[in-house]
Design a binder for this molecule. Sequence first.
Ligand code: NAI
Length: 441
Amino acid sequence: MDYDVKDINLAEKGLEKIEWAEKRMPVLRKIRERFSKEKPLSGVKISCCLHVTTETANLVRTLKEGGAEVALCASNPLSIQDDVAASIVKHFGIPTFSIKGETDDVYYAHIMKALAFKPNLTMDDGADLVGSLHMIAHERFEALHPAVRQWVETLSEVERKEFVDNIIGGSEETTTGVIRLKSMEREGVLCFPIIAVNDAFSKHMFDNRYGTGQSTVDGILRATNVLFAGTKFVLAGYGWCGKGVAMRASGLGAHVIVTEVNPLKALEALMDGYAVMKMEDAARIGDIFITTTGNIHVLRKEHFELMKDGAIIGNSGHFNVEIDLDTLEAMAVKKRRVRGMMDEYTLSDGRRIYLLGEGRLVNLACAEGHPSEVMDMSFANQALCAEYMWKNGKKLEKKVYSVPEEIDKNVAALKLASAGVVIDELTEEQRIYLASWEMGT
Ligand code: NAI
C-alpha cells in the first residue's frame, strides 16, 4: 500500500487516541454498525482531504466498513496528528498521505496522491482537493501549485480528463470550502454535485459554535498558558465560529470585543453583551486577537502599528490568510520561536507581537481540534451524505446542495438518543392547529 506518514511506529499510540475518540462518537458508531452489515458504499472509491485527527480516523474507518476504498490526505499542514496518520495506515489499511508541518510542496503532492487514487466521491475540508481537480479539469494550470503543475503536465489529456469523469459527487465540511464551491457554481465551472455538509443545522450550530468555541480557547491556552480573566479579547467575525469563541472566552472572564462588517451580526454581538467597535479602535486596547471571518487580511499593517507591546494574535478561520503574515514578517526586525507554537515578532520600535500557530487554525495547530462529541455529528453527516451521493449523485445537477433534511434531523435525533434525552411529540390537536389558518384565539 502506498502511503506517506511521519513514522509508522507511532501507530499504537495513535490507535489508543482513536479508540478514545470512538467512545465519544456514538452516532458515527451506530452508522458504522449499519454500514458494516449493509455495505452501502460497496464499489466506491472515496478521496478525503480532511484534518488528520482521531475523529477523521473514525470517519474513514466507517466509510471503509461501508464497503468503500478510501484514501486520505490532509486539509492543513499543521492539523495533522502523526501518530493517528500512522494508525490509519497500519490498523485500518487506508492509504494516508500527511506529515505534520509538511511544506506547501509536500502538502500539494499529497493532495495529488489522493487524486491519483481516481475517486468516485470526494470529501473536502476547505475545497483544496476539489479546487485542484477543477483547475486541472479547466486547464487552469497556472493557478495550480507549482509542485502539482509539474506533475499534471506529465499526464496526457485523456488521463487528466479521467480524474473528473470518474467522479459522481462530493461533500464539503467547512464554511470557506462552501464559499469557494458556490463561486464555482456561479461561474458555471463546477464539474459535479457537492453536498455542503457545513450548512446542515446539525453541523454548523454545534461544530462551528461549540467545537470551535472550546477548541480555539484550548489552542490559545496550550500555546500561551495565559490567564484569560480580565484580558481584553478581540474577536473578528461574529458568525457561527465567532459566537462560540466569544462565549467561551467570556466564560473565562475575558472582556470580549467584537469587530464585524455585517450590521446584523454586529447588533447581535452588542445585544449578546459584548463591546463592538472597529478593528482600528480594538487594535489599540486588545490583549488577545482571534480572527474567525473566512476573509483575508482582517489583521493587517495599520493594526499591527497600533497594537500594544505583548499583543497575542491568532486565527481560527480556515486559511492562514486572515492575518497579513507577509507584512508582519516585513515589519519585524527580529523573529524567534518562544514556545512550541508561538513566534515572537519584534517591531522596529521595540514592541513585540506574538503569533500563534503560524497563523493557521489555532485550535488544530496548537491543540487537537474539536472535541469528538461534536465531530460525531459533523462526520455522521459526512458518512450519510456519502451514502446519499453514491445512491443519488447521477440524478443531481452540477450544483452545491444542502444536506437532505431527513439526514440532518436524523443526526440530531440519534445524538439526542445517545444522550438518553427524549423529547415531546406534537399532539394531534397541535398538528391541526399549526396547519390551520382559520384558528385565531
Ligand atoms: P460565518 O459566515 O458564520 O461567519 C463569518 C463572519 O465573519 C460573518 O459574520 C462575517 O460578516 C464576518 N466577517 C467577514 N469579513 C470580516 C471582516 N473583515 N471583519 C470582521 N468580520 C468579518 O462563518 P463561520 O462558520 O463562523 O466560519 C468562519 C471561518 O471559520 C471559515 O473560514 C470556516 O471555514 C472556518 N471554520 C473553522 C473551524 C475551525 O475548526 N477552526 C471550524 C468551522 C469553520
